[in-house]
Design a protein around this ligand. Structure first.
Ligand SMILES: NC(=O)c1ccc[n+]([C@@H]2O[C@H](COP(=O)([O-])OP(=O)(O)OC[C@H]3O[C@@H](n4cnc5c(N)ncnc54)[C@H](O)[C@@H]3O)[C@@H](O)[C@H]2O)c1
Length: 466
């Protein structure tokens, strides 16, 4: 982090200059609305740099836990959160009143879609109402929640204006989040970030604030650019995952070509290629949701994002495909779907995290239930209970006897904690959607890997019974 001179900061009005000084001197009081996967790391980073920080969340449970010094985000160190609470730098409240003296307020609330897959901005708007009730001139608001272009200026700012002040009197910027839970290389501090201010001063101040905890900050010309670049990042992943998912299904159809070997081979190219891998779909708060934020906006402009929607649909078809693989595996055994016992291995949406939002395991379970497979258990060391369709599936412990009792074991989330050897040794049949069994050379005849089938036998070579 470096200090910027007033000349470097450009033409700032008196309020902005004062705020810039407060930020650079570590005196600014930082507010964070939404103490989740995005908000908590921001709050903790500021505290670690010596700032005072107040978090506001509608969840009493989270606020009370944090004020007791308890950490609830797996990537954060328990002792660091506790230390910051004990030394008085970090505190939390359910009331927006607590933000009355905050100089900078980050907003990191959910942006899901509704039942029709249209954007649900209600959390952002409700946070805006709360902030408007305490907003004063000279304060900086930074929206972090992923959303479609125009949200900051056309939806969020008008709510903030209910304070009686307009942008320019207060400062506003959009700065999308790039935190990747479970990633041990890239964290808040070393992941570059983008900022788009509604006014030039908003952009400069937001860059300055971010720069206290993040090494590299890129200022773009508007919040809309920042909003769309975030959607581009996530849709890029959605499209590329859809590509390999489609390739996996093609490889199964053709037989004799292992899609995982194909992907590894392509990944030897040192430029112009980025590796993505197939799976039972896409999960989490971002990749399954963000394509729809953009397609909804596109429709407003009489534009159909066909390519992006096709990719989303391809990914959404994967749980159906995996459920069919399970049904086929059961059909090979002398048991009916109704009597079959299935174990889902992995409930969280990606490896080594406990986040179960939009988990593909949920989608696979729902598809299996639809097909009449009702005896389903779930195991996941990161998750105590997995709620699906009104039922809470407790995470069961994996033992050799327990594994042997299932007619099909479905590997969905590739947590490092899973002992794949043990699973292969004791399971009767395995559907592996993440190539977790790669490297296990024995018992291959009882493993079906997504994207891998035996070479096809020609129809004329089949011994068809009359
Ligand atoms: N989780 C990620 O990896 C990630 C990465 C990049 C961007 N994002 C985006 O960041 C935003 C937040 O995601 P998250 O994963 O941190 O969500 P989260 O669910 O972990 O946290 C959001 C928090 O906001 C609180 N909240 C909801 N409404 C509120 C309100 N009106 N006032 C105060 N608090 C409120 C919730 O109780 C919750 O604690 C989303 O837009 C998401 O798409 C998430």
């Amino acid at each position: 982090m470096r200090l910027y001179s007033h000349e470097e900061l450009g033409q700032l009005d008196a309020n902005a200059t004062e705020l810039a000084d407060r930020i650079q001197s570590g005196q600014a009081l930082i507010g964070v609305v939404g103490l989740g996967y995005v908000g908590m790391p921001i709050a903790l980073e500021f505290c670690k740099k010596g700032f005072q920080c107040i978090g506001v969340d509608v969840s009493e449970k989270k606020v009370e836990a944090l004020n007791r010094g308890e950490n609830f985000i797996e990537d954060l160190k328990d002792e660091e959160v506790n230390e910051m609470v004990q030394n008085g730098r970090l505190r939390a409240s359910t009331s927006y009143e607590a933000l009355a003296d905050a100089d900078v307020i980050y907003v990191a609330v959910p942006t899901p879609f509704d039942a029709n897959k249209d954007p649900d901005l209600s959390y952002i708007l409700s946070a805006g109402e709360g902030i408007a009730s305490i907003l004063q001139p000279g304060k900086l608001i930074i929206l972090k929640s992923t959303t479609f272009p125009g949200t900051t200026e056309e939806s969020f700012a008008p709510i903030l204006d209910k304070s009686g002040y307009k942008v320019g009197e207060y400062y506003l910027a959009f700065s999308p989040e790039r935190v990747d839970p479970g990633n041990t290389t890239w964290h808040t501090g070393n992941t570059p970030i983008v900022v788009g201010g509604v006014t030039e001063a908003g952009g400069i101040l937001a860059a300055l604030a971010n720069n206290q905890i993040i090494e590299k900050v890129y200022v773009v010309s508007s919040p809309k650019v920042a909003e769309l670049e975030k959607l581009l990042e996530n849709i890029f992943r959605s499209v590329n995952i859809a590509l390999v998912n489609e390739l996996a299904m093609l490889c199964e159809r053709m037989g004799g070509i292992d899609v995982w070997e194909v992907i590894e081979a392509a990944a030897t190219k040192p430029f112009g290629y980025m590796k993505f891998t197939p799976g039972a779909g896409v999960g989490g708060h971002c990749i399954p949701v963000d394509p729809y934020y953009l397609s909804w906006l596109a429709r407003e402009h009489d534009f159909e994002t066909r390519f992006i929607t096709l990719a989303a649909n391809t990914n959404e078809s994967m749980p159906y495909h995996v459920a069919n693989l399970v049904v086929k595996a059961i059909a090979r055994q002398p048991i009916s779907l109704y009597d079959a016992k299935v174990l889902i291995v992995g409930a969280s949406f990606k490896k080594n995290v406990k986040d179960i939002r939009n988990s593909t395991s949920e989608a696979v379970i729902l598809r299996l239930l639809e097909q009449g497979v009702t005896q389903i258990d779930v195991t996941d060391p990161w998750v105590d209970y997995f709620p699906v369709g009104g039922k809470k599936y407790p995470s069961v412990d994996i033992t050799p006897e327990m594994l042997a009792s299932y007619d099909c074991v479905v590997l969905i989330t590739d947590h490092d904690a899973f002992d794949v050897e043990e699973i292969v040794n004791h399971s009767r049949y395995i559907i592996d959607t993440r190539n977790m069994t790669n490297g296990v050379t024995h018992n291959r005849d009882k493993i079906t890997v997504l994207g891998v089938t035996e070479p096809k036998v020609k129809v004329e070579e089949l011994k068809i019974k009359n």
